[in-house]
Design a protein around this ligand. Structure first.
Ligand SMILES: [Zn+2]
Length: 282
């Protein structure tokens, strides 16, 4: 692909995006992952799965992070790996078997990606079946992932989300965050004003707040996991960060009703599993 200069002779992200969209790859895999009938949250999840980019311990090891790895899907726990969780583990085997059409076919597959492809290319007797075959791998993997996350949090875990934002670069900046329990119940939230700094500085400042909260929770023996998530999955914290930047003051929210109405709506949507979107005019 050759990226041409715009009419005014300058390169822009908008022109590059337009070029990519017009020559988008319409492979079968991409068509199934980004199927219009799937929620965008599941599409992003499936894209990360087939790209081997889910936040599993085997990924963290690549960055030198070591830790105990035990799957939640087997009676005799094994090391948690992507293909084990979504294909060869006991829970995954049982689920795929329920939907199996061609007998013993899934038992010969040992890779999550190959399992999905086998469903996508499976000959369908009717177009309605083809529709189901295209969606089913994403839905099954998504539910396996949700079950795994739920099992991890059953011990009474806590989840911390923080975000930073800057209204300009540099500009008025703020940070925000939420602490929630394993059932997505609200515990407390905060909104801070960082002053006039760059967007990167604001993000790092919010990260420092998060690390301090992590240390506090660990000190109180409350296990919780640290994962990165995309901005679309962190909308309530992003809204609190913007609030801190625009108000120019700090605020602590001890109860759900004290939160700004829009943040309450974001949290409710998040709890119900609704995807969120960001619109940018190019
Ligand atoms: Zn297992």
């Amino acid at each position: 692909m050759v990226c041409m200069l715009t009419p005014n002779g300058e390169f822009s992200i908008a022109s590059a995006l337009s070029l990519v969209r017009s020559h988008s790859n319409r492979s079968l895999g991409a068509a199934c992952i980004w199927h219009r009938s799937l929620p965008i949250t599941i599409s992003f999840f499936m894209f990360r799965l087939v790209s081997d980019r889910l936040p599993l311990l085997e990924q963290l090891r690549r960055f030198g992070v070591q830790g105990p790895s035990r799957c939640c899907c087997c009676i005799d726990p094994q090391e948690e790996r992507l293909n084990h969780m979504f294909c060869t583990g006991e829970a995954a085997r049982q689920v795929w078997k329920v939907f199996e059409i061609q007998e013993r076919r899934s038992s010969r597959i040992s890779s999550a990606r190959h399992m999905a492809i086998a469903w996508w290319i499976q000959p369908a007797p009717h177009r309605y079946f083809a529709f189901v075959y295209r969606l089913l791998p994403s839905l099954i993997c998504w539910e396996l992932w949700r079950a795994r996350t739920s099992a991890l949090m059953q011990g009474g875990g806590y989840k911390v989300n923080t975000d930073g934002c800057s209204l300009g670069n540099p500009g008025m900046s703020g940070g925000g965050g939420l602490l929630r329990d394993s059932q997505e119940g609200f515990l407390f939230g905060f909104s801070c004003f960082f002053g006039v700094i760059t967007s990167l500085h604001a993000e790092l400042q919010a990260l420092v707040y998060r690390v301090e909260l992590d240390d506090l929770l660990r000190f109180q023996s409350l296990f919780q996991s640290i994962t990165h998530c995309f901005r679309e999955a962190n909308k309530p914290s992003d809204r609190l960060a913007k609030m801190g930047a625009t108000r120019g003051s700090d605020a602590l929210f001890d109860s759900f009703v004290e939160l700004p109405p829009m943040a309450r709506g974001d949290i409710r949507m998040d709890r119900l599993g609704f995807p969120s979107f960001w619109r940018r005019i190019l």
